[in-house]
Ligand binder design. Structure first.
Ligand code: UD1
Ligand code: UDP
Length: 371
């Protein structure tokens, strides 16, 4: 078989974390050439991941601007990829998940009639505004794709229900579990831990989604502030997303509270190890919902819907939404009800065995062998 040129296109932190092991799997194949294109939808938060996994992009569209709009991201990605796809003529492009980079890269590849593999295909809430714009991004990407790498049977069923062809859909697990194998270490230490007594319970917080910005975020932060003020023996660690909309509310509500630590976004090794050291996690992140079951950490999901119901069924995730009273009650319950905590913490990981990337790349190879 001829050399296969596989172009991976991504632009944000979570895509980079989950595509890094896939790129490593392409590099390990003698009959494949890896071309990496980053859109730069994220700048600093993407660089952290590229450095960790030692990935040097072949192209960087460098599109990020402060408080960027969805329309600008979309148009810059499509225009930026036009010449690159023309010149490189890849055999296949791989995109990941549900960001605006994902959707726009899929559309560009379609315009160039290049086959598309969608990693983490088939996640759905069935509500087009939740999460926004991710639900629509992933639906559009799945309409454009030729190969679907569904993390679970449930995501496979979602795709079948939409009429996608069974022979193009593969249940592979989630590459996030592959990524965790690069990062978690038993002897980990981070500077933020120096300020936290060893017997304190650490609550790790992340929150950034567009639909939560403004009042929902303020409601959640108010609950966390109240619980932190009532419990001197807990410490909340919050690596604050660089979005100005998030930074502003976080500092407004949390500044000056001794046991709430606002820090820069963490390098992914630090984040995974702090998650492993935490008592529980509060998040509206997608990726963190998948990582926590592997680390045996309960998660309070700060959203009303999730496209990751496998984690809710397994018992790790509790959907608590963004109302102050409900968030507070869920925190207090996990802090005080030890039997509940143990049940949740020992739930099973539904996202695979850590070999998802290899599996995906073997499927890509077979796809071309059959042509
Ligand atoms: C994006 C994705 C979201 C994903 C999230 C992961 C879309 C529409 N949203 O949301 O699905 O969950 O990434 O984090 O694709 N910024 C920086 N430096 C960075 C990154 C961001 O300064 O390294 C700031 C910029 O001002 C930027 C803003 O954050 O304009 C928002 O970034 P954007 O990618 O538009 O949205 P996210 O909320 O990060
Ligand atoms: N993460 C990280 N540093 C942080 C916070 C999160 O490396 O300070 C990682 C986390 O482990 C997960 C991914 O970023 O793998 C999730 O990204 P994010 O929450 O930004 O996006 P989402 O998954 O919601 O799309």
């Amino acid at each position: 078989m001829n050399m296969l040129k596989i172009m991976s296109i991504f632009g944000t932190r979570p895509e980079a974390i989950k595509m890094a092991p896939v790129i490593k799997a392409i590099e390990a194949k003698v009959n494949m050439q890896s071309v990496v294109v980053v859109t730069g939808q994220h700048r600093e938060m993407l660089q952290q991941v590229l450095q960790l996994f030692k990935i040097t992009p072949d192209y960087d569209l460098d599109i990020m601007e402060k408080n960027q709009s969805l329309a600008k991201i979309t148009s810059k990605v499509i225009l930026g990829l036009d010449d690159i796809l023309d010149q490189e003529k890849p055999d296949l492009i791989l995109v990941h998940g549900d960001t605006t980079t994902t959707m726009a890269a899929g559309l560009s590849a379609f315009y160039h009639q290049v086959p598309i593999g969608h990693v983490e295909a088939g996640l759905r809430t069935w509500n087009k505004y939740s999460p926004y714009p991710e639900e629509m991004n992933r639906m559009i990407t799945d309409d454009l794709a030729d190969l679907y790498f569904a993390p679970t049977k449930l995501s496979q069923n979602n795709l079948l229900q939409e009429g996608h062809h069974a022979e193009q859909i593969f249940v592979t697990g989630n590459t996030v579990i592959d990524a965790l194998q690069y990062t978690v270490h038993a002897d980990y230490h981070h500077g933020v831990l120096d300020d936290i007594p060893a017997d304190h319970k650490i609550i790790l917080l992340t929150m950034h989604r567009r639909e939560n910005q403004g009042q929902p975020m303020r409601n959640v932060f108010t609950a966390i502030k109240a619980v932190a003020l009532e419990n001197a023996a807990i410490d909340v660690v919050y690596p604050v997303h660089l979005s100005p909309n998030v930074q502003q509310v976080a500092h407004e509500v949390f500044d000056g509270i001794a046991n709430i630590h606002l820090i820069e976004p963490l390098e992914v090794t630090d984040f995974h190890n702090l998650a492993a050291r935490s008592y529980f996690i509060m998040t509206d992140s997608g990726g963190v919902q998948e990582e926590a079951p592997s680390l045996n950490k309960p998660v309070l999901v700060l959203r009303d819907t999730t496209e990751r119901p496998e984690g809710v069924d397994a018992g790790t995730l509790e959907l608590v939404g963004t109302e102050t009273a409900k968030v507070k009650q869920a925190m207090v319950s996990l802090l005080t009800d030890n039997a509940k905590y143990q049940r949740v913490a020992n739930a099973k990981n539904p996202y695979g065995d850590g070999h998802t990337s290899e599996r995906i790349i073997n499927i890509c190879q077979e796809y071309f062998e059959k042509q």
